[in-house]
Design a binder for this molecule. Structure first.
Ligand code: ADP
Ligand code: MG
Length: 150
């Protein structure tokens, strides 16, 4: 099952992200895919606000991983620059801790991803319009999506 939502503005993206954040729990893993400028980091910033994180969240492209404290801690990964790495860098250990993990360009570390996760794809339409698809893997995320999109 795949869920779809179209938004017309950055504000609507923020609202969707905050709504999702309300349902997140310890150990949840979200993957974010979409072209540069689609809105992956923008979406992550608002999830972070929804998790009670007050520090500014910015793109971790050059550091790959940034960690934040909030109602729930957040691991924000952007693995774009790992494109040519075949090494096992042990990212998977992060995904079984207390924090919520959000991974931009997650397909580049697909061997490390937990089998249960929520895959979010963002498509850039005209102007500020974006299409989001949410694909849950596992019961936990099926239920989360049912609640979110009911
Ligand atoms: P990514 O992380 O996918 O490369 P960013 O979140 O860094 O993308 O950039 C998205 C850009 O698109 C930002 O400049 C943001 O202001 C703009 N934008 C315009 N409309 C939207 C929208 N509906 N949702 C998210 N971002 C939007
Ligand atoms: Mg980004």
């Amino acid at each position: 099952m795949m869920y779809e939502r179209t938004v017309n503005s950055e504000q609507e993206t923020e609202r969707l992200a905050r709504l999702l954040a309300e349902s997140l729990a310890s150990g949840d893993v979200l993957t974010l895919e979409g072209d540069l400028g689609a809105g992956k980091t923008t979406f992550t910033k608002s999830v972070a606000k929804g998790l009670g994180i007050t520090r500014n969240v910015n793109s971790p492209t050059f550091t790959i991983l940034k960690q934040y404290e909030g109602r729930l801690p957040l691991n924000h990964l952007d693995v774009y620059r790992l494109e040519n790495s075949d090494e096992d860098l042990g990212w998977d250990e992060l995904f079984y801790g207390e924090a919520v993990s959000i991974i931009e360009w997650a397909h580049l570390i697909k061997e490390d991803l937990p089998s249960e996760r929520l895959a979010i794809q963002i498509y850039r339409l005209e102007n500020d319009k974006r299409k989001f698809t949410f694909t849950p893997f596992g019961d936990r995320y099926e239920r989360l999506c049912e609640e979110l999109f009911e």
